[in-house]
Structures are given as C-alpha cells and as structure tokens.
Design a protein around this ligand. Structure first.
Ligand SMILES: *Cc1c(COP(=O)(O)O)cnc(C)c1O
Length: 400
C-alpha cells in the first residue's frame, strides 16, 4: 500500500463506522471504463461501482444533463408535480409491459416498495390475508431489515434479529420445493433471474417459466429484482426479457442514474392498485436532479442500443474465457453469465489472483473467495476485455 493510500486509510479508520472492508486503493478520477488512483496509476474498471456506472465514468452527455438541471431545479419533494420524474417514467415504461412507476433511492428501498405493494394489494384488492414473500437460495435483495429477511443469509443478518416476519426461502432451481412452499398466505415470489451477489448465477429458462406459471396458477404475484441485472446489462433491456417472463412488478436501482442514488419500482396497473394516496412515500425519491440524469441515462441506453452492445461484448468475453478454461481446466472451474454479467469460478481461492489483477491494473470483484465477478461499464472497449483475459491467462500460468 502506497503512502498516499495509507494516509487515506488512517483517516477512514478515525472517521467512519466500521462497516466496509475496502480494497487497498483510493480512487480520485474516472473516465469511461478507466479509473485513476491517488498515485496516478490507471486501472481498467471491470466492476463499474458494482454495476452502477453503465455509461462510463463522467459521461459527457450526463454531465451536461446534470449541469443543465442543476441550474433549473434540484428538489421540491413529492408534494409537487415536476416534469423530470414524468420524463423518466415515460422512458422506463416504454421498455417494458409495466404501466406505472414509483421512484425511490436505492435497490433495497425498491424492494421494500415491492414488498409493501404486494402485501397491500393482497389485503385491499384481493381481500386475502396473503403476506408471505418466497425468495430463492443464493439471492440478494439488500440490507434494510425487510430486504435482509428476504435475503435470508446468516452472515448478513447475524446480530440484527428480530427481522420482519413473512418471508420464506426455497432452493433455487427446484420447482417442486417452490410448489410445496406455496400456501394461502403466499403473496409473491421475489427473484433475480441472474443472481448477482450470489456469484453471477443465471437461473434456467425452464425453471423461471415454471415459477411464473405457478404464480399465475395460485394467483400470487411475481416480482423480479432487476437492481443488478436490469438496464441492458444482460443483453436485453430487462433481464427478465431474456426468458419471456411478464413479472407483475420489478425493482430497479444500481445503473439507473449512472452513479446518483436512484431506485424504482415498475408495476402493472393491476398490482399498482395496491397503493392509494399516502400508502408509501419517500422525501428524495424521483427528485428533479436525479430524475433528469436518470432520464438521460435511459435515453442514451435506448438510443445507443446498449442492450445489443452488452449481448455482443458479453458473448465475445465468455467465448474467450471458455477457450481459456479449455486450456486451463485445472485453474478455472466454470465460466457463466449473461451479457456483461460474468462470473469466473476458479478452482481454488482467488485472493492471490485478484491481488495480481489489481496490481496489473484490472479492477474486478472477488465473490465468495473464488469467483471473479465482472460487471464492466456497458461502454467498455472490447480491447479492454481482451486485455483482461490475456492478463488473467498470464497470471494463472505464472502464479502458483
Ligand atoms: C445491490 C442489490 C440490491 C440492493 O441495492 P442497494 O442500492 O445497495 O440497496 C438489491 N438487489 C440486488 C439484486 C442487488 O444487486
């Protein structure tokens, strides 16, 4: 660790709550798919702030949209009408079968909105005392108490009990387990079609369609958490569109405003009946400034066909990684993903490999100690992806 990084680290330990274990670098500047640290070293960013910076760091058009809106109006609260929130809603709804949007500020909050909507929909519209949400093993839905209850992972919820009731989890991929778990109390199934934090695990198309059919059969709602996999990342505008699903509700966040905090829930008109004026609210949700930036983000994604770009680049990357795996089956156990969501499961603990990638200027995430997780900006150059594969091969051949 350089002196400059050590200095930042010391301040951090004095000033901030112990809640994060950070990578040993301090970033000062970004551009496109590149980052620079305090020592001026350049990195290829294959993580994009955890699937957030879809259109690249400091995107010029987004800077312009931000500047323009910053001189017009920042925030008035949801007590007032304002156009940017509507422009964003119209753009988002043009990409999907959903009819209505609700804006908030993060992924966990978007899931909270979904949970509250389905519970209230069941009580007030269906007149059924159905409240239970079923989730799948390996999922991640956020860190608020309800999202933790949905996620149901020991390591994340230890020390925080009691969590809200009304959540149940079944084995992902096992339709019978889900069928057996459904009761008259079941309100919805909540799932990620590609599990992100779980290590980039795409669920099978047949299973997903089975889940949807089961939901329809029992009159329960299907919620897709698109917080990480949505917004072009998987090669379709929404990840559920890869599987021809029609979820009643989806949650969105991460890359929605390319780095400004913004989340949303999109829902069908039918499920939207679950909320009435006053049912749910947030001070910051859909603020003018974040909405203007998000609207420009979605507009660019549509205009530049970022979905197709992600599909093409992702296919190329995984073909190259599959070829590498064939050459080095002892080092790479599995390569998986969809679009620009890629997981490389190593045959052994990957800490040394991750360290060496960072030393050579490639930033990615190491998940569960052995999975290299790549969530690069959608605008990344193919040459940067090739450079990563070449570097990984060199490291795997030279590192014991
Ligand atoms: C990151 C993530 C969340 C939580 O989002 P926050 O903005 O951190 O609250 C929820 N669901 C999925 C699938 C995520 O990847």
């Amino acid at each position: 660790m350089s002196q400059a990084v050590t200095a930042v680290k010391e301040q951090e330990e004095l000033l901030l709550c112990r809640s994060y274990s950070r990578y040993p670098i301090a970033i000062v500047r970004g551009r496109g798919a590149r980052l620079w640290d305090v020592d001026g070293k350049e990195y290829v960013d294959l993580l994009a702030g955890i699937a957030v910076i879809g259109l690249g760091h400091c995107n010029e058009e987004l800077c312009d949209a931000l500047n323009a809106q910053s001189r017009m109006l920042w925030h008035v609260s949801n007590l007032f009408y304002q156009q940017p929130q509507l422009d964003l809603a119209r753009l988002l709804l043009s990409t999907t079968h959903h009819d209505k949007a609700f804006f908030c500020n993060s992924g966990a909050e978007a899931n909270e909105a979904c949970i509250k909507l389905v519970r209230r929909y069941m009580r007030t519209v269906q007149q059924r005392d159905a409240f239970e949400i079923i989730t799948l093993s390996g999922c991640f839905h956020g860190r608020t108490l309800a999202a933790l209850a949905a996620t149901r992972r020991e390591a994340l919820s230890a020390g925080f009990f009691p969590l809200p009731e009304g959540f149940k989890q079944v084995l992902a991929g096992d339709l019978n387990a889900l069928r057996n778990a459904v009761t008259t109390s079941t309100a919805a199934v909540l799932l990620e079609v590609v599990q992100g934090e779980g290590g980039i695990v795409p669920l099978e198309a047949r299973y997903l369609r089975g889940v949807e059919a089961l939901c329809r059969e029992h009159g329960i709602l299907l919620i897709c958490d698109e917080v990480q996999c949505g917004l072009c990342r998987t090669g379709k505008f929404w990840a559920f569109q890869n599987f021809e699903l029609t979820p009643d509700i989806i949650s969105i966040a991460k890359s929605l405003a390319n780095g400004l905090p913004m989340g949303a829930m999109l829902t069908t008109d039918e499920a939207a009946k679950g909320f009435a004026a006053g049912s749910h609210a947030t001070t910051f949700g859909g603020g003018a400034l974040t909405s203007a930036v998000a609207a420009k983000t979605v507009e660019i994604m549509l205009r530049d066909r970022m979905d197709e770009r992600a599909a093409k680049l992702g296919t190329h990357l995984r073909q190259r990684l599959a070829a590498l795996q064939e050459r080095m089956p002892h080092a790479i156990r599995e390569v998986r993903g969809l679009g620009l969501m890629t997981g490389i499961e190593l045959a052994q603990n990957g800490q040394k490999i991750w360290d060496e990638l960072l030393r050579r200027g490639y930033i990615c995430n190491l998940s569960q100690g052995a999975i290299l997780r790549l969530l690069p900006p959608l605008v990344i150059a193919q040459a940067d992806l090739d450079g990563f594969v070449d570097t990984l091969e060199h490291i795997l051949k030279t590192c014991p």
